[in-house]
Ligand binder design. Structure first.
Ligand code: 5AD
Ligand code: SF4
Length: 477
């Protein structure tokens, strides 16, 4: 078994020294310098941005959403679909005016998009106002790169093809008060034929269990009530570690941490989602009764072309096994419509899976070719118009199912985590005890309710009184 490449404590200490040196520069300014961090894409990127903010805070920066008053602007980008990339290029292009008005503002791009050679090249040649470009595997060197730019002229590009490493001890500034993301592994080895992730996020590597447990323990003590274990493919957790362990063992250990909190995890791959995992979920009382299990397509020929390494029947068998153990499990999934060569007849097998499983919610994507992936070189004869028609059939079916599933909640009382308040909307008007609140069922469905703002961050019983296809409505008991 291969040893995980762990960045040494000395290397991290060196980065923290760069933070201190940058903080000394910040302290000399007439006002505290501000940073803007803008995140695109998935939860892993959100988690990375929390570490970028941790480093920035250690460098003496405060935070702003206004690019005009920021001394450093960081766009943490996504590459999963072309649309995500176009948005980033549009927004970086617009920053040229900010740079003209404030030439000292540092403009930084990081994340998955910039790790693709074609994107890095375009930034190098056509976006000369960008000062710093670095990929996900270089994030732990952010302080050094920023300090260099604060003290020297020039641009920095750190986008070498790196397998990736594990870094412990990076400071974190979390965005949310009740819900926290904890990365347990990075990268992906699956190489689904449409997906860019394995190329930009490097190989699978797992954090050591004691480090993960220490982080969760600390979060629970700090009052976090909803912990999501994150990884591109959490079910292969531990395969690269020297000690024998797996994701089920990790779940079991997190579940044993004292405290009143919920455990969620994402994303799971059907091929590695085992009966042992389902049994562990059923046994561990803190593991939320919800599973996000992407199936991508319902037709076996397409699944094979996608290199998913499971069939429709195997997927459905796993869902059945899970439901036998946890009958009220909330199920969500990802689906791609219009994979190269998928006929409308084959697409209808995807609809059949929706009917068979009846997911609570679905994330639906139109296939987007990614340069360098095998699928991008496959024949793709179906006109966009027909793909869109199929896409609309899919969302219409799922909307109907979601609405029916949500309607079945009406009349029930559920223990929900109140996770947000909207400060400006009050009902009855001006009564400080009645805020519009949002909450999550154990299965992570959104509930809208009203009550005192002090309920935020607490588990409260909510009686569900109404529903639509997007959310539930209820009253605090
Ligand atoms: N085109 C469309 N959707 C994609 N996904 C990944 N790559 C692509 C692509 N090239 C979807 C998959 C995955 C989710 C995160 O994004 O459904 O599960
Ligand atoms: Fe992409 Fe497949 Fe890895 Fe998910 S499992 S990140 S879809 S390659």
């Amino acid at each position: 078994m291969e040893q995980t490449t762990q960045i040494s404590p000395a290397d991290i200490a060196r980065q923290l020294e760069f933070c201190q040196k940058a903080a000394a520069l910040s302290a000399r300014r007439p006002q505290q310098p501000l940073a803007l961090v803008d995140t695109y894409g998935c939860q892993q990127n959100e988690a990375d941005s929390e570490r970028l903010r941790g480093f920035l805070a250690a460098m003496g920066f405060g935070f702003t959403q206004n690019e005009e008053e920021a001394q450093i602007i960081v766009l943490n980008t996504c590459a999963i679909r072309e649309h995500a990339e176009q948005r980033v290029f549009g927004n970086v292009g617009a920053l040229v005016h900010v740079k003209r008005r404030h030439p000292d503002t540092l403009i930084c791009l990081c994340g998955c998009m910039v790790q693709q050679p074609h994107a890095a090249e375009k930034l190098r040649t056509s976006f000369r106002h960008v000062d710093l470009v670095f990929g996900p595997q270089a994030l732990w060197r952010f302080p050094e790169m920023v300090y260099t730019l604060l003290t020297q002229q020039g641009r920095i590009f750190s986008v070498e093809d790196e397998a990736g490493s594990i870094t412990e001890g990076i400071p974190v500034v979390r965005q949310d008060r009740g819900e926290a993301w904890v990365s347990i592994m990075y990268g992906c080895n699956n190489f689904c034929s449409y997906c860019i992730v394995p190329y930009v996020r490097g190989r699978e590597r797992s954090r050591r269990q004691p480090d993960i447990l220490a982080e969760v323990r600390q979060l629970v003590q700090a009052g976090y009530r909803d912990i999501t274990l994150l990884g591109q493919n959490v079910n292969s957790y531990g395969k690269d570690l020297p000690e024998p362990t797996d994701f089920s063992a990790l779940l079991e250990a997190v579940n044993a941490i004292p405290g009143d909190f919920l455990i969620r995890f994402m994303t799971s791959h059907p091929k590695d989602a085992t009966l042992r995992l389902f049994q562990t979920m059923a046994r561990c009382e803190k593991v939320a009764p919800v599973l996000h299990l992407p199936f991508q397509a319902g037709n076996d020929r397409i699944l094979k072309a996608m290199n998913r390494r499971h069939t429709r029947a195997q997927y459905l068998e796993k869902i059945q096994a899970l439901r036998d153990l946890i009958p009220d499990i909330v199920l969500t999934s990802d689906v791609i419509v219009g994979f190269p060569g998928e006929t409308t007849r084959e697409f209808e097998d995807t609809l059949a899976v929706l009917e068979a499983v009846r997911f609570d919610a679905l994330f639906t994507f139109l296939y987007s070719p990614r340069e360098g992936t095998p699928a991008a070189r496959m024949d793709d004869p179906m006109p966009r118009e027909e793909k869109l028609q199929n896409f609309n059939r899919l969302t219409a079916l799922q909307d109907r199912i979601s609405e029916e599933k949500h309607a079945a909640y009406v009349g029930k009382t559920l223990r929900c985590l109140v996770d947000g308040a909207s400060g400006d909307l009050r009902w009855p008007l001006d009564d400080p005890h009645y805020h519009e609140l949002t909450a999550r069922t154990p299965g992570n469905r959104l509930v809208r309710t009203t009550g005192p703002e002090t309920a935020v961050g607490q588990f409260r019983d909510i009686h569900i009184t109404g529903a639509n296809k997007w959310s539930l409505f209820g009253t605090l008991v």
